[in-house]
Design a binder for this molecule. Sequence first.
Ligand code: PEP
Ligand code: MN
Length: 337
Amino acid sequence: MIIIMKPSASQKDVQNITRLIESKGLTAHLSEGTQVTIVGVVGDKSRLAGINLEISQGVDKVVPVTESYKLVNRKFHPENSSVSVGSAVIGPDTLTIMAGPCAIESQQQLIDTAFAVKKAGATILRGGAYKPRTSPYSFQGLEEEGLKYMMEARQATGLSVVCEVTSLKAIEKAVKYVDMLQIGARNMQNFELLKEAGKSGLPVLLKRGLAATIDEWLNAAEYIISEGNENIVLCERGIRTYETATRNTLDLSAVPVIRKKSHLPIIVDPSHATGVRDYVEPLAKASIAAGADGLMIEVHPCPECALSDGPQSLTFDGFEALADQLRPYAQLEGRKF
Ligand code: PEP
Ligand code: MN
């Protein structure tokens, strides 16, 4: 449930309410908006049986929250959240672009890509050091060596860096080198990984599972936030449907739905959603129109030589042209880019 305080409620009124909640063994989460303060209650509500909170000093009303996710719920936190990733910010007034290769393949490949995507306007470098490949015989990533290249690219360019983590061991390593952890589609419901990412202290990019509903996705985010980590960004990357013309089906409606249900920023990854280079640009534009706070785009110095996801990767020139095309769209939506 949430307790909406009156605009006239004093600090003391809010304090009395939170103390009462905590005295019953429940947790109170404050969201102090410009107009009103909301006290979100997490825990077994039956412990408040017999207490009429609505007549407490300073309380306007008490609203039940029926969804199983609470802290990521917009009802708990009506204002849009923004997440800082190193020197970059995601949401709500910016269009943040994360770009880079699917997999980190070499120091040179990464550094060249980092400079190219920075020049075009990206503020976050992406690149996989631990690759969750469908086949065990495909390139699995450079692991810690790749993370080191990421850190070097960050130092050389000033870009913030994000890397996917696929295991608890990978989290342990990655926290030393990167600004943001990515939980990939295949691990969206790896609850131990989610909890560990929540404890890491780093912002987390949570991709939507291959066949996950929006409710399941938000519950996955709740696992992270319930460990005390509020810095979560959601990423729609397409879901599995019967359609085979594209790698996945981009569920653009997830963007306004998430924005309604949650305060967390949401970005779109048209590269993995389509698997086809030519479809990245139209869907990147559509994502901005739908309300996305950013984009994730795969870029490679030589897509035809890429060790993974070459067909969907843009060249440096292609990425620069895309970024130029996106500028008026960002402006139209009132987003800095
Ligand atoms: C990726 O971003 O490198 C990736 C593997 O994406 P996804 O988890 O969305 O398939
Ligand atoms: Mn990829």
